[in-house]
Each structure stands twice: as structure tokens, then as C-alpha cells.
Write a protein that binds this ligand. Structure first.
Ligand code: PLP
Length: 410
């Protein structure tokens, strides 16, 4: 493969240590092979359908559309997918690829635990061994996901280096891979990292946009005017946008505005805040200090709380093909409450960034403007963050009672 195919413009590439070259060569070849292999995609389609529950619905949000009196708003319901978010599309795709490669073992890194959970589920389904590397700090604060991964049979290995969070977990997973290349596949969770991950993860997630195109055509026989998605590493957004890159459809990515763009407590990599650099083996925009070290980020949603962004999105921004904006924690909580009350569904905090942007725009648009918002996940997982906020005293009383009850039982 020529070098320029590993890049999107000047972004992407593969900046890895020598010891990992064989592993990446093998993975890249396997990925090139399955791209053309009809039987692989047929098998994956079966898993998408029967295991994940695809296609996820494209739902006309009639109540919110009428409320704003502008755009017709549709929700792509990725939260209806098995394990509650789009992450499973990529996890199952890569697990199937690993199995075809003859691998017996899957490793992954995880921050908040959502990717670890999806990976552990996919490994269990495919009958493969699974080890998830997770910072010690994240293990302590994300216990429900740790419990879930263990239930799926995965080993959760604490990482005690550095800040004991996601960045260190990535390094630990890469190190483990160098030691176990023969039998192990490293299942990376977003459309970033060294080639071929950004392209491969996009391809497994592009089912989102493909379905939107078909479903909207069936409903109203046309393309959308705009598509909006939240952007962490970039997998749900590029998965949605990919089908529309060559069409005249406006594409909007929403980053985590945290406590505000000027607060230093956010995860806004685009809009001039991030710097071009090479970190964790790929070239893109990162929130980093003068020495090139990653800066701490903040978001109410764990899934958007990351200092880097996928290289294809950085390129599409430079080409003015994807427009970037952000939503603050406060705007996101409002969007959760509003959506729950109006439509009877609870979106994930991540996805609610996209909703906040949709609601800012809706009233200003004409009634024939068709907008699709990617609801990347459902909000059940966020209960420990949203309940104290919406239900303070009563939630605290419930937790206290639970502790008393459990101390008697355990
Ligand atoms: C992980 C996650 C995200 C962010 O990751 P991307 O790779 O940017 O899609 C968004 N939404 C949900 C529900 C997530 O779990």
C-alpha cells in the first residue's frame, strides 16, 4: 500500500515502533482482503441483524419538530443497538475479522468502559478470550461497566502508569500487543489511531449512514438537508457522514464544550483550540501543551472526554466539508430533559450534544428542511450522573437505603 493511502490529506499515517510493524502489516492485509470478500460482509450482516438488532430505526421526532416549527427532525436510533450504543457495530466487525485471521484473543483499551463493554460482549459472542486494559482511576469511577465486562467473561486489567486513565490504557494495550501478536487482535474503539484503524472503524460504522439513506428514501423519497452527530474520537459521526460525503448534505460535528470554550475545561479540539501533532501514533489535532503532552479534558459525557480526534474528520474540516461546533454540559442536560419529556426517550449525554445543536438550529430553518440527528447511545448508562442532577435529594436517599439493605445481605 502506498504511503498516501494511509493519510487523509496530511492527517493520519502510522507512527509506530518497529516491534509493531509485523502486527500492523498483518492487520492491514487482512482488512484489504475482507473489503472485497462478499462472504465476510454477508456474515457480518447476519450478526448486525440478529445479534445487534439492525437496522436501528429512523424515527420522525414529530413532537420536537412541531415544537420548534422549523426543520423536520429525524433521530437515527443507534441507542437501540445491543449494549446501548453504536460501539458494538465496530466491536463485532473487528472481532469477526480477528476470528478470520485465526486470532484467539482480543485486547482493548477503555476509558469510561463503554468500548470495553462492547468489546467484551463481541468477544463472548465470537467465543474469544478478552482482556481489557483500563486505568486504575477509571476502574474506580466506572464500576458498573467493569462489572458488565466481567459478566461477559473479560479480564479487566488495571493500568497504574501515568495518570491511570485512558491515555495510559492505550499504551498498556499496545505494549501487550507487542508481546502476544501471534494470537491477539487489538480492537481499537474509535476512528482514530494508526492506519488502518481510522478507515477500518469507519467502514464498520458506515452502516449507520447507509441505513439512514435507505430509510429516509423509503419514508420521504429524498436525501436529508443536514446530518448532526457528536464527536469524541469520531466513529459515530464518520459512520453517519460517510454515505453523504459526495452528496449535497450539510454535515455538522458537535464537540464537548464542557464548562465553556474559554474555561480550559472542555474537549474542543477543532475551532482553533487543538494543535496539529503526532500523538499515540497518528497525526491529527490534539489538545496539548507547549511540550506536546496531552492536556486534561473535561466533559459531562465520558465518551467525548478525549484530547484527540480522528484524522479523516480533521481533513474534512480543513476541506470545509464538515462544520464543527460545540455544546456545553448545561446545554446537554437541558437537551436530555427536553427530549425525554417531548419524545419519551432518554438519549445518552454524548448524543445530547448533537441534539443541543439541532435544537439551536431547528426554529431558524424552513419547514421543508430535513435534519437527521444521530442518537449514538441511550441514556440509561448515565443514570449515576443525570439522577443526582435531576433528582438530587430523592436519589441520595435511595442510595443510602440501598447501602443499608445490602450491608444486611452481603
Ligand atoms: C463512545 C461514545 C461516543 C463517542 O465516540 P465516537 O467514536 O466519537 O463516536 C458517542 N456516543 C456514545 C453513546 C458513546 O458511547
Amino acid at each position: 500500500m502506498s504511503d498516501n493511502q494511509r493519510y487523509f490529506g496530511k492527517y493520519g499515517g502510522r507512527y509506530i515502533p518497529e516491534v509493531l510493524h509485523p502486527a500492523f502489516e498483518e492487520l492491514e492485509k487482512a482488512y484489504e482482503d475482507i473489503k472485497e470478500d462478499r462472504s465476510f460482509w454477508d456474515e457480518l450482516d447476519e450478526l448486525y441483524k440478529d445479534y445487534i438488532g439492525r437496522p436501528t430505526p429512523l424515527y420522525y421526532a414529530e413532537n420536537v419538530s412541531k415544537h420548534f416549527g422549523g426543520a423536520q427532525i429525524y433521530f437515527k436510533m443507534e441507542g437501540n443497538a445491543h449494549t446501548g450504543a453504536h460501539k458494538i457495530n465496530n466491536a463485532v466487525g473487528q472481532a469477526l475479522l480477528a476470528k478470520k485471521m485465526g486470532k484467539k484473543r482480543i485486547i482493548a483499551e477503555t476509558g469510561a468502559g463503554q468500548h470495553g463493554l462492547a468489546t467484551a460482549a463481541a468477544a463472548a459472542k465470537m467465543g474469544m478470550e478478552c482482556e481489557v486494559f483500563m486505568g486504575e482511576v477509571d476502574i474506580a469511577r466506572q464500576h458498573p461497566n467493569v462489572f458488565g465486562m466481567r459478566l461477559f467473561g473479560a479480564t479487566v486489567t488495571p493500568v497504574t502508569d501515568g495518570t491511570k486513565t485512558l491515555t495510559d490504557a492505550v499504551n498498556a494495550a499496545l505494549k501487550n500487543w507487542t508481546e502476544r501478536v501471534e494470537d491477539t487482535h487489538y480492537l481499537l474503539g474509535s476512528a482514530l489511531g494508526p492506519h488502518p484503524y481510522p478507515s477500518m472503524v469507519r467502514d464498520f460504522q458506515s452502516v449507520i449512514g447507509k441505513e439512514i439513506k435507505e430509510q429516509l428514501f423509503e419514508k420521504i423519497q429524498r436525501l436529508p438537508d443536514s446530518c448532526i452527530a457528536c464527536v469524541g474520537g469520531g466513529s459515530n459521526s464518520i459512520g453517519m457522514f460517510n454515505a453523504f460525503l459526495d452528496e449535497s448534505v450539510q454535515l455538522i460535528g458537535v464537540e464537548a464544550g464542557g464548562e465553556g470554550a474559554n474555561s480550559k475545561r472542555h474537549a474542543i479540539r477543532m475551532s482553533g483550540q487543538g494543535r496539529l501533532g503526532i500523538v499515540q501514533a497518528y497525526k491529527s489535532f490534539f489538545l496539548q501543551d507547549d511540550n506536546g503532552s496531552l492536556l486534561p479534558t473535561h466533559s459531562i459525557s465520558a465518551g467525548l472526554d478525549y484530547a484527540g480526534i480522528g484524522p479523516q474528520l480533521a481533513y474534512l474540516n480543513e476541506q470545509n466539508r464538515v462544520e464543527f461546533t460545540s455544546a456545553t454540559d448545561a446545554e446537554v442536560l437541558d437537551a436530555v430533559a427536553f427530549t425525554a419529556k417531548m419524545e419519551g426517550l432518554i438519549p445518552a449525554l454524548e448524543s445530547s450534544h448533537a441534539l443541543a445543536e439541532a435544537y439551536k438550529r431547528a426554529a431558524t430553518l424552513s419547514k421543508d428542511h430535513v435534519m437527521v440527528v444521530n442518537i449514538s447511545g441511550r441514556g440509561d448508562k448515565d443514570m449515576f450522573i443525570t439522577a443526582p442532577f435531576f433528582d438530587g435529594e430523592d436519589w441520595l436517599a435511595f442510595l443510602k437505603n440501598e447501602i443499608i439493605r445490602l450491608e444486611k445481605e452481603v
